[in-house]
Design a protein. Structure first.
Length: 266
């Protein structure tokens, strides 16, 4: 299907601190790419650069042949990139359906009608398995429901590329598996390309096609989950004592067998 996103020598400095240091990767259309690494490795900064929340200090971000580095979040959204956030911040005074309809209306790349915004909201809620009853309030959602709402709001903008930022935080093991399956279903049903930042490695490795590993703002490894899980540098700086568990889970995925407990956290 070909590459849709090319990141080249992407750099972000905050004063004398370099948070992202000349990183580069390609993203193929229809792929799920895992962006992983320890805290402070530059994952969220990279997301913010792609999504337009930050302006690069150097390098380029090219979507479908067009440079998007430095464009505003609204422009990036209208070009087909949506993102979720680690901490959901819904409009508490609006219903679940209204929250998603607002995202559909303002995230559209052209003016749409109120009825079309409602239709897109209902479709996004169906994809995330949330009720589309107009009376359902945000306050009635638990942690898993709020994560789903965050995802539904992003999907309502009808993106081609979804940036999923730690979609599993605060969920129990069953909810994590359901969220991972949901991302796979979204890719399969809607053809949406996904970059997924996550610390729950056992679940992520079950879903992603490839991984890019960051440490101190630099790419230290990239490749298939099996290769990344066995990379000595990744084991040293990130997987640590969980390496053997993660490697077993990845081997189970390759063999098509159940991977057992999925909630190894790195």
């Amino acid at each position: 299907m070909g590459s849709m996103l090319q990141v080249r020598d992407l750099t972000k400095r905050f004063g004398g601190f370099t948070a992202v240091d000349r990183i580069g990767f390609d993203l193929d259309e229809g792929e799920i790419l895992g962006l992983i690494g320890p805290n402070g490795s530059g994952k969220s900064t990279t997301f913010n650069l792609i999504a337009g929340a930050l302006t690069p200090s150097g390098g380029s971000i090219v979507l479908d042949g067009r440079e998007i580095g430095g464009k505003s979040p609204t422009e990036v959204c209208h070009m087909g990139i949506a993102r979720t956030y680690q901490i959901p911040r819904p409009f508490r005074k609006l219903t679940v359906l209204e929250n998603v309809a607002v995202a559909a209306y303002y995230g559209a790349n052209s003016l749409i009608s109120r009825s079309e915004a409602w239709r897109r909201a209902e479709e996004a809620l169906a994809l995330t398995r949330l009720p589309n009853d107009p009376g359902v309030r945000v306050d009635g959602l638990g942690a898993a429901g709020l994560k789903k709402l965050e995802l539904a709001r992003a999907l309502a903008t009808q993106p081609r590329l979804l940036l999923a930022d730690e979609s599993l935080g605060g969920l129990d093991e069953q909810e994590m598996d359901q969220a991972a399956d949901m991302l796979s279903d979204i890719r399969r049903e809607k053809g949406i390309t996904i970059i997924w930042v996550e610390h729950i490695m056992g679940v992520l490795m079950r879903v992603v096609d490839r991984c890019v590993v960051l440490d101190h703002g630099e790419v230290i490894a990239s490749g298939l989950p099996h290769d990344v899980a066995h990379d000595p540098k990744v084991v040293e700086v990130y997987l640590g004592s969980d390496a053997e568990t993660i490697q077993t889970q990845v081997a189970g995925r390759r063999a098509g067998s159940p991977t057992g407990p999925e909630a190894a956290v790195c």
